[in-house]
Design a protein around this ligand. Structure first.
Ligand SMILES: [Fe+2]
Length: 249
């Protein structure tokens, strides 16, 4: 079972993800051993934007090391941009200047919403429209996390996909309900979206060894078991390979 992990904070020293090179290499090893063969370093845009030189330098040097350690593992650039109504001009400007890296230098941008700050689907629509009008294709990060924002989750995501958005779930959410939301909300939503085939990509959202360490395999196995091998293969690997890697430069 091959997996492409399109969401991780494994590049060290730019956000609340990996703290140093040794930790980055350990996290990469853990992800690789669970079947991951492509990893996007999507550190938080807020950290990357002012440290793009360090980000690029570390990306190059880690890629060289990983190339020797695991010849069949590829690394890709990216970042995770917070979409807020008030920030969209700043976001577009920095995507254009390259201070916020897109996914593998495509027009695809991993973007998240902060539930407590986002004023319902109206604000989501505003931000998504701004990205699309700016010439970008939003990939909405961990769509299972926005139960506070949705008014009708399946319908809301269907509408966003009709606009041209793509979607990602965190693999651990398929099996566990982490985070502040109680009652299994994230696990339920992740599985609802998968059941309706509304998920395009997966990620581990790996941060550090002590916080969100790589959990790829357990979720991937559940997707195969519950939603069938064909769909699982597309979500776990093929979509990312075709859409994000095939179109990269
Ligand atoms: Fe993230």
């Amino acid at each position: 079972m091959k997996i492409i992990d399109i969401h991780s904070h494994m590049l060290y020293g730019v956000d609340d993800g990996s703290e140093n090179l040794q930790m980055s290499l350990e996290l990469i090893r853990m992800d690789y051993e669970q079947g991951v063969r492509g990893i996007f370093f999507t550190n938080h845009g807020e950290g990357v934007v002012s440290r793009i030189a360090e980000y690029n330098e570390r990306f190059e040097s880690i890629s060289l090391m990983v190339g020797k350690l695991y010849p069949d593992l590829k690394l890709y650039r990216g970042c995770e941009v917070i979409s807020r109504r008030s920030d969209m001009d700043f976001v577009i400007r920095n995507l254009e200047s390259g201070h916020l890296p897109t996914l593998n230098r495509t027009k695809y941008v991993l973007t998240e919403f902060v539930p407590k700050q986002t004023k319902g689907m109206q604000e989501v629509d505003y931000c998504i429209d701004a990205l699309i009008e700016g010439g970008y294709i939003p990939v909405i990060a961990h769509i299972e996390r926005y139960s506070d924002i949705y008014d009708d989750p399946i319908n809301n995501i269907e509408k966003l996909k009709e606009k041209g958005c793509f979607t990602q779930v965190n693999l651990y959410s398929v099996e566990q309900d982490r985070g502040r939301v109680s009652g299994g909300a994230r696990k339920i939503l992740a599985n609802e979206f998968l059941k309706h085939q509304l998920v395009d990509f997966v990620g581990t959202d790996t941060h550090r060894l002590d916080y969100k360490s790589p959990e790829a395999k357990i979720g991937a196995e559940k997707i195969v078991e519950k939603y069938g091998e064909d769909y699982a293969q597309r979500v776990l690997f093929e979509n990312a390979e075709r859409i994000l890697i095939g179109k990269g430069v």
